[in-house]
Design a protein around this ligand. Structure first.
Ligand SMILES: [Zn+2]
Length: 248
């Protein structure tokens, strides 16, 4: 008997599984409201000298690590853009976003990533699609960090965001636990464009949004699903590039 891949619609969440998502939304509303009352402070040094809408001061921004060169094969992606290297303090900020519920990081780094992208002087895509989490991981975390970043990018760049254009239909082993040869096959067929979204992605240029690029296999698999659904081209925008373990 051949086992069928797990689809989002197959996951029946008990009522209380919605709780982390609701609490995360409440937290975000409270945090955004607080911004009007309390001046933003730098996420790294607590300086109050932050540019409007960016929770990092100019000095800390200037010290962010440059992204290392990326020479690996990215097909079927049409391009890869990473703003920084996955080292201190970017690694600390990304871990705060992913594992400690600090969604303010997505706002700060999303705003800076938007500036970097706009500075490239190349045509912007038409839509932003965050790399989805598997429903079980999304339920556990309460939010998708890639979608948090995409939300801020969409606002800054006036681009349409499609958080449901892709679904992760198969839970996969962490890439960091696999030998290089198995990493691509681990992600093969892990993503799908739901039938209701096919007409929306058909014929458009997409920027796939993720937090950290490690091997590129996740983005390549996600891009393949979008291209098979008819997207014209798919490039990846990520906060940082890692040579090590930044998975999950
Ligand atoms: Zn600072």
């Amino acid at each position: 008997m051949v086992s069928q891949p797990l689809r989002c619609s197959d996951v029946r969440a008990p009522m209380d599984h919605c709780q982390p998502v609701r609490l995360a939304k409440v937290y975000e509303v409270v945090r955004q409201t607080g911004r009007w009352l309390i001046p933003a402070r730098c996420l790294l040094c607590s300086s109050a000298a932050c540019p409007p809408g960016v929770d990092l001061c100019q000095l800390c921004m200037a010290d962010l690590p440059a992204a290392p060169a990326w020479t690996a094969d990215v097909v079927p992606l049409s391009g890869v853009f990473c703003a920084w290297g996955y080292e201190y303090p970017i690694d600390r900020l990304v871990r705060a976003l992913k594992f400690h519920g600090d969604r303010s990081v997505a706002g700060a780094l999303g705003a800076l990533l938007a500036m970097h992208v706009a500075d490239r002087c190349v045509p912007l895509p038409e839509v932003l699609v965050p790399v989805p989490l598997h429903p079980l991981r999304l339920r556990e975390r309460g939010y998708n960090q890639a979608d948090e970043i995409a939300r801020h990018l969409a606002g800054r760049l006036s681009l349409r965001r499609l958080p449901r254009a892709l679904e992760r239909i198969r839970a996969t082993a962490p890439q960091s636990q696999l030998p290089a040869a198995q990493r691509r096959s681990n992600l093969a067929g892990a993503f799908n464009v739901p039938a209701r979204m096919v007409a929306t992605v058909a014929g458009v240029d997409v920027a796939l949004i993720d937090d950290v690029l490690t091997t590129g296999s996740t983005a390549q698999s996600a891009a393949q699903a979008l291209l098979e659904a008819g997207a014209r081209r798919v490039e990846l925008w990520a906060l940082a590039r890692s040579g090590g373990d930044a998975s999950s």
